[in-house]
Ligand binder design. Structure first.
Ligand code: MLT
Length: 269
């Protein structure tokens, strides 16, 4: 979690506090957010997209893979930039990291946006698959092991109508780094349930889901909203029609709209 986009860092600097921090999904990197960052930049929303450990320009840390380590690394980035509070948005694995951050450093949040993610733990079958993919990556065969994700990452509307988007994800998957794949799968496998964290959250929350997301279901999204509303919470669910798991790349306009509205509400701007 060491690298931030240059434009984002400048924009964050201009505001001083309260930018929108974007955390990417597995097995991509911060550039996954480029379209959304560009749209938000045109609307004067300061953004900062960070690489998770093992992806983009960020190295795999020593020690047991854990999303808590990713959350602490993000805290170090915020401290370096002098950002006291931010609106944090994470997609899928980025959402798991955002929830780990909320558990450990909640006082640094002005808002939490969770896109195409879930608060529960993995099934036995999902865990077995994570260990299989991690072992393949450790053998240097990570890209082969994640290639098939193309069929579940993108919604059927995108797969039918957007060949360029499909191709872009196919080539990202082919370039996914072995070290990041192995670290990410083991860190995700070790994550705890985050429902209690959502119940205790003291800042506004936004849950976003693509209507065709095959990996994070409507029930997963509703369960997060239910937890967020438990103690007089402030939470909203936005469903993006015709998008799958990768809402930010399948429909960047809709995601930028939802995040801009949320960021303005959280920061009062
Ligand atoms: C992601 O998109 O980040 C992953 O699909 C998350 C996961 O494997 O649970």
């Amino acid at each position: 979690m060491s690298d931030v986009t240059h434009e984002g860092a400048e924009a964050a600097d201009a505001v001083g506090a309260g930018p929108l921090v974007l955390l990417h999904g597995f097995p991509f990197d911060a550039s996954m957010w480029d379209d959304v960052v560009e749209l938000l930049g045109e609307r004067d929303v300061p953004t900062l997209a960070a690489d998770a450990p093992g992806f983009g320009a960020s190295d795999v840390p020593d020690g047991e893979p854990s999303l808590d380590v990713a959350a602490d690394a993000l805290l170090a980035v915020l401290d370096d930039l002098g950002l006291e509070r931010v609106v944090l948005a994470g997609l899928s694995m980025g959402g798991y990291i955002a929830m780990a951050f909320a558990a450990r450093h909640g006082s640094r949040l002005a808002g939490l946006a969770l896109l195409d993610t879930k608060a529960g733990t993995d099934t036995e079958a999902a865990l077995a698959n994570r260990y299989r993919v991690a072992e393949a990556a450790e053998r240097g065969e990570g890209a082969e092991a994640v290639a098939g994700m193309i069929d579940v990452l993108l919604g059927e509307t995108t797969r039918a109508n957007e060949p360029d988007v499909v191709e872009r994800h196919r080539s990202w998957l082919a370039e996914a780094p072995d070290a990041g794949i192995a670290w990410g799968q083991l860190a995700m496998a070790a994550r705890p349930s985050r429902f209690e964290v959502l119940e205790d959250l003291e800042v506004p929350a936004l849950v976003v889901r693509g209507s065709e997301d095959a990996l994070s279901t409507q029930a997963d999204a509703e369960a997060m909203v239910h937890a967020l509303l438990a103690h007089d919470g402030d939470a909203e669910l936005v469903v993006i029609p015709g998008a799958g798991h990768m809402t930010a790349t399948e429909d960047p306009e809709a995601v930028a709209d939802a995040l801009e509205t949320f960021w303005r509400r959280c920061t009062g701007t």
